[in-house]
Design a protein around this ligand. Structure first.
Ligand code: GAP
Length: 516
């Protein structure tokens, strides 16, 4: 099945099984805004706990923070967001639709690359085993033509972006003959910059002086509290401040479900270091963060680093951790060496010293910062997309059954176990409830007695419950139950008295944390 098809099914599944709902759905939804349902909220909570513990619990020199969404408007001048947190936009005059000019160009470039792939596929069919891809793309006239177009476009595009040349961006669109996907016309406005921050007013008077912003990243709350935390916690360099919280961006091209949203959550950690030590710590966090991802067991081959060649003016190293989503390798996390840019800038704009006294060196300085920044929602999508599996199972009578199962890492799964009495009589429901009453203090449990046991297993598979405990007549006689593994569907009979130990071992987050 094509990946796009699978992705559509995943979106439908998320809604049907209480993971993600479109926001304000009864009013036809709000574009790129989503609500997390009863299982979604649990998965999200577990992702945040895994991240938080990996930072704050495992590192004595990292502490947490919860700063507010609203901040003094000058914060965003100092951070550069007022001046430069922009997307280049263009409107189509016929459809009245608005697009990001850079995205239109990138999509056009992807179309050219897809044409090359089409030629390759056709040739592969024609030549069979003797097909040599390298030779084909280096010699085929049509492929060379497309490649030339891609190279010229890329060159012009990069130069235009580097020079903030909006006139050239429009010219590229015109020269490439890019049409509006809705109207099909080439009737474009000029390109202009659009700031991504949401504005609102503080207090009752609506004047420009009262304009504040919904934060577009959580990091600035950490920078402005650097001295508060350092002094009150008597923190010594190197040390980190971790924060999880909402961020808001007025994304124009918001798509791919929860991949790019207007309201989302970030998990950010700023690690303050002595100037000159930043490359050592950049390497450290680059590895640690990849270990965090790999410990979840989604598949090591699904990750890659994307080191930035072109760095932001304040950074001296940057890399993205990319994951293979159904729509290709995309960024989930950024690791940036931000020098002393943010603290120095806040120092300048606020007029307050943001320095650290290094007793060893006997001098004051503005620390350098390594930032790790990951989106909760993107991590959620990564786990969900990777977990969604359609399986065909041969039944005992030879018939083929199908099941949809979310193979979410057990430690992160919303519901850890379902307790299912085989029948609704003979004391089995009571035995099931007594087990839940004991285990519910440690694990998120669910009771289900409706429908056949097979259908109940399918329901639990569909929400990703890693273990089902079945209560049968033997339970009453021997104080044992069967425990079914979601992924293998194997069942094992175990004493009730051992359930807590067995489950703790299987669903514990500790194993993930130990692997980092
Ligand atoms: N403080 C640095 C910073 O905010 P970023 O690359 O803009 O860096 C960090 O964002 C992470 O936040 C991204 O890797 C992504 O996971 C997440 N993110 C950014 N914009 C997002 C959006 N519109 N929707 C969902 N997640 C987003």
């Amino acid at each position: 099945m094509a990946q796009e098809e699978v992705f559509k099914k995943l979106i439908a599944h998320s809604k049907e099984y209480g993971y993600i709902f479109p926001s304000s759905e009864i009013y036809d939804g709000l574009s790129a805004v989503y609500d997390y349902g009863q299982y979604g909220v649990e998965l999200k909570k577990n992702i945040k706990e895994y991240w938080w513990n990996s930072m704050v619990l495992l590192n004595e020199n990292i502490v947490g923070l919860d700063s507010s969404i609203f901040m003094h408007p000058t914060v965003w001048k100092a951070s550069g967001h007022v001046g430069a947190f922009n997307d280049p936009l263009i409107d189509n005059k016929d459809s009245k639709k608005r697009y990001r000019a850079d995205v239109l160009i990138e999509e056009y470039r992807e179309k050219l690359a897809a044409k090359i792939e089409k030629e390759v596929t056709k040739a592969k069919k024609r030549f069979g085993d003797s097909f040599d891809r390298e030779q084909f793309v280096a010699t085929n006239g049509r492929v060379l033509g497309y490649q030339k177009q891609i190279d010229e476009l890329t060159q012009r595009f990069q130069t235009a972006l580097e020079n903030d040349d909006l006139v050239e961006l429009k010219q590229i669109i015109v020269d490439a003959g890019i049409v509006c996907p809705v109207s099909g016309s080439k009737n474009w406005t000029d390109v202009r910059q659009f700031n991504l921050m949401f504005e609102t007013k503080l207090g009752s008077v609506s004047s420009d002086a009262n304009t504040i912003y919904l934060r577009p990243e959580t990091a600035q709350g950490i920078f402005v509290n650097f001295l508060n935390v350092q002094k009150s916690g008597r923190m010594k360099l190197p040390f980190g401040i971790a924060q999880i919280g909402k961020a808001f961006r007025n994304e124009i091209v918001a798509r791919q479900f929860i991949f790019r949203m207007r309201e989302f959550e970030q998990m950010e950690m700023q690690f303050f270091v002595r100037p000159g030590d930043e490359m050592k710590w950049f390497k450290h966090w680059k590895e640690k963060r990849m270990n965090w991802h790999k410990a979840m067991g989604l598949g090591e081959e699904k990750y890659r680093y994307h080191d930035h060649d072109k760095l932001a003016h304040y950074a001296n190293a940057a890399t993205d951790i990319e994951f293979k989503f159904p729509f290709g390798f995309k960024e989930v996390e950024g690791i940036h060496s931000r020098t002393d840019f943010d603290l120095s800038s806040h120092q300048e704009f606020s007029g307050k010293k943001l320095q650290y006294f290094d007793a060893e060196l006997n001098k004051n300085y503005v620390p350098y910062v390594i930032e790790t920044s990951i989106g909760v929602d993107r991590t959620f999508l990564m786990i969900l997309a990777n977990s969604y599996t359609e399986e065909k199972i041969e039944k005992e009578n030879g018939k083929i059954d199908e099941r949809v199962v979310l193979k979410i890492p057990a430690a992160l799964a919303p519901v850890k176990l379902a307790v299912l009495p085989l029948v609704k009589k003979d004391g089995l429901p009571e035995a099931a409830k007594s087990i839940i009453n004991d285990l519910k203090f440690d694990f998120n449990c669910q009771y289900d007695e409706k429908d056949s046991i097979g259908r109940r297993y399918r329901r639990q598979d569909a929400i990703g419950t890693p273990f089902c405990i079945t209560i049968d007549h033997e339970t009453i006689e021997s104080q044992t139950v069967t425990i079914r593994d979601r992924d293998t569907m194997n069942q094992e009979r175990v004493p009730i008295s051992e359930l807590r130990t067995i489950l703790s071992e299987k669903v514990s987050m500790r194993k993930l944390l130990e692997a980092i």
